[in-house]
Design a protein around this ligand. Structure first.
Ligand code: LLP
Length: 417
């Protein structure tokens, strides 16, 4: 009666499937992804700029599920890796070494070697790491990650440029960089940056690119300039505007074309989006197990603990939340304030604080956390020896496919064998 046909906002997603059945079949909690939405986001990023030597690298830390990676590769994106593990998974997913860019941070010599031996280009992040690279790969090609002095992001923990972060080479060290490169006959093939994660206004990104271009002018053999990721999505559907991609792209084209005239040669232009590609194609489903009032405060207890979605706890992140009963959206007018929590043994295990939700919510209803595709599963853990959930894909044809099984008790014991 208080249920309506499933409809979330203005796009078609899990109204193509029965969430109750999915939970029944694959267990709760459960990550579900929509292939149509994933492909659409890939195309938006791949076609961000008209420039013919434009390349989009997907930053797989946002979501490294092998089946999603195959779709992203099929859409013509290349990829960024932060670790040998990510390089390994990318190679397994069919990416060529030349399509992978290793943007590490504080890496060991062994890790650099792993990338080099696999034919993967390495970005270095400090003068000492450039020395280390030169020692093991004399005469090799390298990319330099600079800190352009401008940062942006949804939380201070994810601002990765400016004067309060460990990332990048300070742009005042260009002479030192050149000396080290010369000492080891290194070819600086690229300069890269990443100013931070999630901007909905392109201004800081464009400022960062301007600084990076000024830095790039100091290197004569560049093959590419990588402007970084950080393209945001509106997690708050009612109040946040979508990032105006065409505006960002027009601005970028203008300054890049100007720069190339001065540089005298065309170079490849890259971006490294993670979140934008995968956030909106994912929903995290869970189950309401308990509703209670504790000293006047109403709590909705679910199985969506911070072991399955870390973002709210780590960054106070907001995700839209919906509830379902018997496969239908709960849409009651009578609403009240509750705090939605998980099943982890910590008071901070809060999925959504003081959220207005339907009053008639009951145990066994299903909770759906929207825009959970990025930094959701990839940040999952087995804390409290909880099993990481399964992941399923709603394919283009509407069929549902299991793309990673849920953990088992055997997985919890695997490291002891
Ligand atoms: N490139 C580099 C070098 C990065 O460090 C990152 C993200 C990206 C690209 C992709 O950024 P994106 O386009 O996804 O914003 N766990 C946090 C986000 C951490 C981002 C880390 N670096 C969250 O859940 O909001």
């Amino acid at each position: 009666d208080n249920c309506v046909e499933n409809k979330i906002f203005d796009y078609d997603f899990y109204n193509r499937v029965d969430v109750q059945k999915l939970i029944h079949q694959y267990g709760s909690p459960l990550y579900i992804y929509d292939e149509n939405i994933l492909r659409k986001s890939c195309r938006e990023m791949k076609n961000l700029m008209q420039y013919p030597w434009f390349v989009a690298n997907y930053s797989i830390k946002a979501n490294s599920n092998m089946e999603l990676l195959k779709i992203i590769r099929d859409e013509g994106l290349n990829a960024d890796a932060i670790s040998p593990g990510e390089i390994h998974v990318l190679l397994e997913a069919g990416f060529e070494p030349s399509q992978i860019f290793y943007v590490g941070n504080n890496v060991s010599v062994e890790e650099m070697k792993y990338a080099i031996d696999n034919g993967v280009l390495v970005s270095v992040d400090s003068l000492s790491q450039l020395e280390a690279f030169g020692k093991i790969n004399k005469g090799g090609k390298v990319s330099l990650r600079f800190n352009p002095g401008v940062g942006a992001g949804h939380h201070e923990k994810v601002v990765t440029a400016g004067n309060n972060t460990k990332f990048g080479i300070d742009s005042s060290f260009i002479e030192e960089v050149k000396q080290i490169a010369e000492k080891y006959s290194l070819k600086v093939a690229g300069v890269n940056q990443h100013i931070g994660s999630l901007f909905l206004d392109g201004k800081p990104y464009i400022e960062g690119v301007k600084s990076l271009l000024a830095i790039a002018g100091n290197f004569q053999d560049l093959e590419f300039i990588d402007m970084g990721g950080g393209f945001g999505i509106p997690y708050k559907k009612q109040s946040q505007e979508r990032l105006d991609l065409s505006l960002v792209s027009r601005e970028l084209e203008k300054i890049i074309i100007e720069w190339m005239k001065v540089y005298g040669r065309e170079v490849q232009i890259k971006i490294e989006p993670g979140r934008y590609i995968v956030a909106e194609c994912g929903v995290l489903l869970g189950t309401v197990h308990s509703i209670k009032t504790n000293y006047g405060k109403r709590y909705v207890g679910t199985d969506v603990g911070f072991n399955v979605l870390m973002r709210p706890v780590m960054y106070d992140s907001y995700h839209e939340i919906e509830f379902f009963r018997k496969g239908k959206l709960l849409n009651s007018d009578k609403r009240g304030i509750s705090t939605i929590v998980g099943n982890i043994c910590e008071t901070g295990d809060i999925l959504a604080k003081d959220r207005e939700i339907p009053d008639d919510l009951m145990e066994d209803d299903i909770v759906a956390v929207l825009d959970a595709g990025a930094y959701g599963y990839s940040m999952c853990s087995n804390y409290n020896l909880r099993l990481r959930p399964a992941e399923v894909l709603i394919c283009e044809d509407g069929l549902v496919r299991l793309i990673r099984r849920r953990d088992t008790f055997d997985d919890l014991m695997a490291g002891y064998r």
